[in-house]
Design a protein. Sequence first.
Length: 309
Amino acid sequence: MSNIAGTLADPKRRRSKIHSEWWGWLFAAPAIIGFLVFTAGPMLVSLYLSFTDSRLGITGSWVGFANYEHILTVDIFFRISIRVTLLFVAMAVPVNLVTSFCVALLLNTDGLKGVRFFRTFVYLPSIVPAVATAFLWMWLLNPTRGLLNTMLNAVGLPGSQWIYGESSALPSLVMMAVWGIGANMVIYLAGLQGVPRSMYEAIEVDGGGVFTKFWFCTLPMMTPTIFFTLVMGIIGNLQAFFQAFMMTEGGPNNATLFYAYHIFRTAWANARMGQASALAWILFLVVMFLTAIVFLTSKKWVYYEGGES
């Protein structure tokens, strides 16, 4: 009797499984359609355009690798923008990671008065819109009536040209990037609060101090979080754009000509959509290459609780 009941129930189970699968696809459909329409589709179109001489509003003809050859051999702004962007990444990513990690350590201290206020205070700048951020920092960094130079002059120190000086423009944008460490700080706080207290207690029993706790417990346990923020920081800063677009227009003397801004200028100011698409795919390859390097080296320094390195 049990076999007969199981046989009769099988079609019902199959129908129920098919019904569940259809509901799953239905709920996933908006995300899948959005990815195909707004991400995968435009990427494939830009890949095709990168092999054509298309201009804004004009369908071009197939030119093969001519756009890539022109970029690598003729376009002087390509080399300048690559150098500026990589230099910005090399400065901004370590400064951002170290600063946000140190602030997270301070705000993770037990018994600190007003800790919720300080966490909110540090996090708020990271959610300020890019336009508001740009206008605020343009006022702060104004060489003649900006707040920073006013404060420096008040204590007898010389001011700076900040974003208006060729040598100080890029460091000024790095300083501006540090202002938005709140997002990374929250991620580090979550990681720090996930470190088991029993490990700290074991170190205390063995006579270890604050430095021993940090070096042999906190830092190894935080390496997966550091790895995540490092990858996201590299990807995000390689695509830096709004600072040049809204504040410096790539100047002075191309000192802040970020690669993404060069793509924008090629596509919309010069109307060369084919060449801009080729520039975008070169950036994609650079991002993939640097991300792959970080992933490959992570085996030597990222520690996971399960024992995998």
